[in-house]
Design a protein around this ligand. Structure first.
Ligand SMILES: *Cc1c(COP(=O)(O)O)cnc(C)c1O
Length: 474
């Protein structure tokens, strides 16, 4: 009896549509989104009544809240599926969070190129058809010291194209210790199979010697492949063959030497206190014929697979039919060209390329950021429920780059008094601009290295909303 009374109190869709908040919402969002959100909230209300979560005592409050719940639901429904998030994890090249963010000035170039016509495949000198690869070739050669360059969709595609061009139906000699899997199903043996090359692995997991390579050479050998073991290291009783040794061997037998560098760093990171990571320039200088690397790992640009090296091989790659299937579009080319231009001045690059900037932040800079955010949070929260402190911790490079590197950092560490940390984390993650944090031993960590000061106010709002949510206040 009583239950039926409660059901009859639920407003009708038409009535709700006349609420001031809803008419305002209808100006902003498609009607179907608003109506669907109303129906869903009404359905939730019905179920809550059925399950006795809503009683005579609290139904008025819930009905009063309805327009705001609908507004929240409708805004969420209407939001993009792919959206900006705030990376509080401290993993700089976070593959699940889109790897390298791109500088806004660089994106201005992408906007200009992509919202207009461009000379993508048009030679302005001759007035004839041009090549989309021409725009990046000179700058890549200037920076890396290579004779020629081209760019494809990503580094996995680059490796495939290189092997398919140089070693289709031929043998490619690789050290067993370099038969790696990178996250997201890039496995050297599988990529090789797809390219039509035949894998010949030599040596053992921990040790490979130059004579292992030499013994495997025959008339079917198409290339030597060296792979940067990006995301893992073998420690202890190990040895691998250096580029210098392979260079001598490949010259003696006239077999091309290919290197998949993975991250493809273009500057000496050890200058900034990081572990030394072999650069693309090193490999070219040491005589590697073809080097491939990613555009969105340590380079800090868009997703791309960059191939640099000997002109005769790169020309063959440009004519490989596979190239057409993995070619880059104007977004990638314009973003990559603008990113590479920043590399012409290392100081400018360090300031502007977000990935490199985050990796080279000083302890002082991190501490300043932490202090500002801590004050902002404290100013807006009640100490009764939440404890906020600055703690020392470590960030990671990520993206399979420099796996052993632990970068000292400063985090905002949040602990809650008698409230659920996992609910709090989930609420931050579901905020309108999701805030991704690290949870460790019942505390929430927000790493200053990977967040921007321009996001501090959003973080304060997100933390406040999460706190209210776990406290059951709306
Ligand atoms: C990351 C990586 C790849 C894959 O590069 P994508 O640009 O993600 O396709 C291939 N090889 C190595 C050694 C890597 O580190």
């Amino acid at each position: 009896m009583e239950k039926r009374n409660l059901f009859s109190l639920i407003p009708k869709v038409d009535e709700l549509l006349k609420e001031p908040l809803m008419t305002k919402l209808l100006d902003k969002l498609p009607r179907v989104v608003v109506v669907d959100s109303i129906r869903e909230e009404i359905q939730f209300l019905r179920e809550d009544i059925k399950n006795n979560f809503i009683t005579e005592k609290n139904i008025d409050k819930r009905i009063e809240k309805l327009p705001r719940l609908i507004e929240k639901r409708a805004n969420k429904k209407n939001s993009f599926k792919l959206k900006k998030v705030i990376n509080g994890t401290g993993v700089v090249i976070h593959t699940n969070l889109g790897r390298s963010p791109i500088d806004e000035e660089v994106m201005k170039n992408v906007l200009e190129i992509s919202s207009n016509y461009s000379n993508l495949e048009f030679d302005l000198e001759s007035g004839k058809r041009g090549s989309r690869y021409s725009h990046l070739e000179k700058i890549l050669s200037d920076i890396t010291g290579a004779e020629a360059a081209m760019v494809v969709n990503n580094n996995a595609a680059a490796v495939m194209l290189v092997l398919s061009t140089l070693a289709k139906e031929k043998e490619v000699i690789v050290s067993r210790g370099e038969l790696i899997e990178i996250g997201g199903s890039f496995r050297v043996p599988e990529v090789m199979e797809q390219s039509g090359a035949v894998l010949v692995d030599v040596g053992t997991t921990n040790k490979t010697h130059i004579w292992d390579y030499e013994k495997a050479i025959n008339e079917e050998t198409g290339a030597f492949l060296k792979v940067h073991t990006s995301n893992y290291r073998i420690l202890g009783f190990t040895s691998s063959v250096s580029i210098e040794e392979l260079y001598e061997l490949k010259n003696r037998y006239s077999i091309p030497l290919v290197e998949d560098l993975g991250s493809g760093v273009l500057i000496d990171l050890s200058k900034y206190g990081l572990e030394y990571e072999p650069t693309v320039q090193d490999s070219i200088r040491k005589g590697v014929d073809i080097v491939t690397f990613s555009g969105d790992k340590l380079l800090g640009g868009p997703q791309a697979g960059i191939i640099v090296g000997k002109k005769e091989y790169i020309d063959e790659m440009k004519n490989n039919p596979l190239t057409r299937a993995i070619r880059v579009d104007k977004f990638t080319i314009s973003a990559l060209e603008a990113t590479l231009k920043l590399y012409l001045d290392e100081e400018v690059m360090k300031e502007k390329v977000p990935t490199i900037n985050m990796l080279t932040l000083s302890q002082g800079e991190l501490e300043d950021k932490a202090n500002i955010l801590k004050e902002k949070l404290k100013y807006n929260m009640n100490d009764k429920d939440i404890n906020i402190e600055i703690v020392d911790d470590y960030s990671e490079v990520g993206g399979g780059s420099l796996p052993l590197e632990k970068l000292p950092t400063k985090c905002i560490c949040i602990s809650l008094k008698d409230l659920s940390v996992s609910k709090f984390e989930k609420s931050l993650r579901n905020f309108k601009i999701p805030i991704i944090t690290r949870v460790y031993k019942d505390k929430i960590y927000i790493d200053m290295r990977t967040i921007r000061e321009s996001d501090f106010d959003t973080i304060v709002k997100g933390v406040l909303e999460a706190l209210n949510e776990v406290k059951g206040v709306f």
